[in-house]
Design a protein around this ligand. Structure first.
Ligand code: SAH
Length: 381
């Protein structure tokens, strides 16, 4: 994708709604802004205009190559075996998009006897349109599936997802969870907010002028090794940390293994990674509120720390290229090419794109978290 141009702001219905809210109640946090842009009941991007795939706003690994979902499916089956092949296992996917990864995963895992029969499939998806797409994609897969709106709720309550052993998978889910941004001003961390420029009637970033450190002890979350300069930004991934805590609580009750693949950094750092994406190009986060995707790079160090604190063991993160390599992407793609000679070039191109060291192979990382009683997870340790 191209760089991040400063694009003009479009007066979308959500932009008007947010400006009215800001004029009435004052500036809002970056997390509130992200939450509204993605999940506003009327105008949120994921509520109304999901645009995943080659013709949409962004394309994801399972949409690039079927081999991605197939390898994830085999990964799940091996983890199930490592759990002792329990008679019942929950397979949970967070943010399944069009359902492509799960479809490919379930097809590939047929070769492991007993696995599919043991499955209770759970899809966590907040978008009604995507839920319908997922149901249609998985209609013929032969495994009944339950839908849930909210990841924390579904993981926390056994009335939603039973207390059997659980395998969780998620691709590009964490990056869609709202982040808090802090800005270093006059020697301390302040809350970065979204305000309205009265003269231009535009949305813009600002700093919370009120005294005192916002978010309680923000300082405590910023690693001491970082030495911020005036204007530096630190992103607090509050929601991914909550997810890690929910996984920990479930992993305490019954064996749990989770695999999360996303773009981000292995170590917490300074910098503003909030970005808009529209039509496969980067745009300003204010470009067209509610009509462009917004995401932030995942802070894997923070996620791992939260998982550790919640009593889980952590494997990785490792670069996606390395992870898929260890799972046998080259061999699998080669076999698929031999079986489908007319599509060999496309199959190869897809696999290469997923593992390219200069692209997705290194920009995306895979991390595993598990109950400490389980063996290290395949491809990650
Ligand atoms: N995993 C898919 C889709 C990634 S896009 C793929 O790789 O193609 C992010 C997905 O997470 C979408 O399905 C989106 O609707 C869903 N999502 C985003 N925020 C969510 C939330 N808070 N709760 C549940 N689902 C969410």
């Amino acid at each position: 994708m191209s760089g991040r141009p400063e694009t003009a702001q479009r007066e979308t219905p959500l932009a008007a709604k947010l400006k009215e809210r800001i004029r009435r109640d004052g500036p809002i946090g970056v997390d509130d802004y992200m939450q509204a842009c993605l999940s506003d009941d009327e105008h949120g991007y994921y509520r109304r205009k999901p645009a995943i795939g080659a013709a949409g706003d962004f394309i994801t690994a399972p949409e690039i190559s079927q081999v991605f979902g197939e390898l994830i499916g085999l990964w799940c089956a091996v983890v199930w075996q490592q759990m002792g092949s329990p008679a019942r296992v929950n397979l949970v996917e967070l943010g399944p998009g069009r359902g492509t990864m799960m479809r490919d995963a379930l097809r590939a895992s047929r070769i492991v006897p007993g696995f599919r029969e043991a499955l209770s499939l759970h899809l966590v998806e907040s978008n009604a349109t995507l839920r319908a797409a997922q149901a249609a994609t998985l209609d013929t897969c032969g495994v009944p599936c339950a839908f849930h709106d909210d990841a924390l709720m579904a993981l926390a309550k056994s009335k939603y997802i039973g207390d059997e052993p659980t395998i969780v998978v998620a691709n590009e889910f964490l990056d869609a969870l709202p982040i808090v941004q802090l800005e270093f001003r006059d020697g301390r961390w302040c809350d970065r907010v979204v305000t309205c420029n009265a003269a231009r009637d535009d949305l813009q970033f600002g700093v919370d002028p009120s005294d005192g450190v916002p978010h309680g002890h923000a300082q405590a979350f910023v690693p001491a090794r970082l030495s911020p300069k005036e204007g530096d930004i630190f992103e607090l991934s509050v929601h991914p940390s909550r997810l890690a805590t929910a996984l920990g609580a479930r992993g305490y009750r019954a064996p749990l293994a989770a695999l999360l693949v996303d773009y981000g950094h292995a170590a917490s750092g300074l910098g503003d990674t909030l970005q808009g994406v529209a039509g496969q190009a980067y745009v300003s986060p204010f470009h067209a509120p509610g009509e462009t995707d917004l995401s932030a790079q995942v802070d894997f160090e923070r996620f791992a720390t939260a998982a550790h604190s919640a009593g889980l063991a952590v494997d990785g993160p490792v670069p996606q290229g390395e992870f898929l390599g260890r799972l046998g992407i080259v061999e699998r793609a080669s076999r698929l090419m031999a079986a489908n000679p007319s599509q060999a070039a496309a199959i190869e191109a897809g696999a290469v794109r997923l593992i390219a060291p200069s692209g997705m192979g290194s920009r995306f990382l895979a991390i595993g978290v598990r109950s400490p009683s389980l063996a290290p997870l395949p491809g990650l340790a």
